[in-house]
Design a protein around this ligand. Sequence first.
Ligand code: NAD
Length: 252
Amino acid sequence: MTAADNEEQRASGRRILISGGSSGIGLAAAERLAATDRVWILGSSTSSVEAAVRHSAAPFTGSSACDLADHDQIDAAVDEVAARLGGLDAVFVNAGIDGQGVPAQDLSLDHFRRVLEINVLGAFALARAGLRHLDRPGTILFTASVNAVKPEVDFLDYNASKAAVVSIAKTLALEVSHQGVCVIALCPGYFPTPMTNAYLDDPAISEELLSRIPARRFGTLDEIAETVDFLLSPAARFMTGAVLTLDGGTNL
Ligand code: NAD
């Protein structure tokens, strides 16, 4: 395929907005999708988005910064992206932050509040803004976590936030599926990203984690990017309301 063919394919491809698109799972999905679709990545800061665009060879259609703690910023960012892309076919509500990683008795309420602010309210506000611009049929895909359905010790804040994401996805599916909007919650296990590298690179922690994964390995970013590609496709539309694990059978 020539560069012109690729450009033509992209022009007729899906218009996809991805939060947390500047790193990890979001970036891997964005890079895969950008080969065939018009992809706009959102990141938490201008510097992180610019760095992602500079280091990636993928032809993103656009990129911008948006703090998910600021709901006005979210609305403005999604309005701008939808205007620039001429609408949206899918929103991948993916950005999130980690838990404090301490026993519940030591959990700081400030940290818990921050996790809920970004992982729950930020995700909901982004999905809500996306729904206002989403063409029908369209898809809202959330990144929840295996922790939503199989809670992990010492991660009460994160577990609870991702369980809320699953509930948001299932409730939205009840409300908007009849409009032609497919809503899915993807629950990944462990994938190597800036969020998890500290655990996965630590031999003692990773050995312990692997003992709880029947597949005896972590996921790859290619695997999750391919899954996201499928879940945003027309073939997955009847999966609306689904809560899907992608975790090698993890038993936390
Ligand atoms: P990551 O740290 O690379 O990505 C997190 C993204 O969220 C970053 O791009 C960051 O810019 C963005 N973000 C954080 N705070 C933000 C804010 N205030 N405003 C806007 N954006 C903000 O890690 P990742 O693993 O790629 O995480 C992506 C999603 O996957 C998260 O929701 C995470 O909880 C979830 N997840 C990851 C794993 C894993 O093993 N990596 C497993 C299950 C779920």
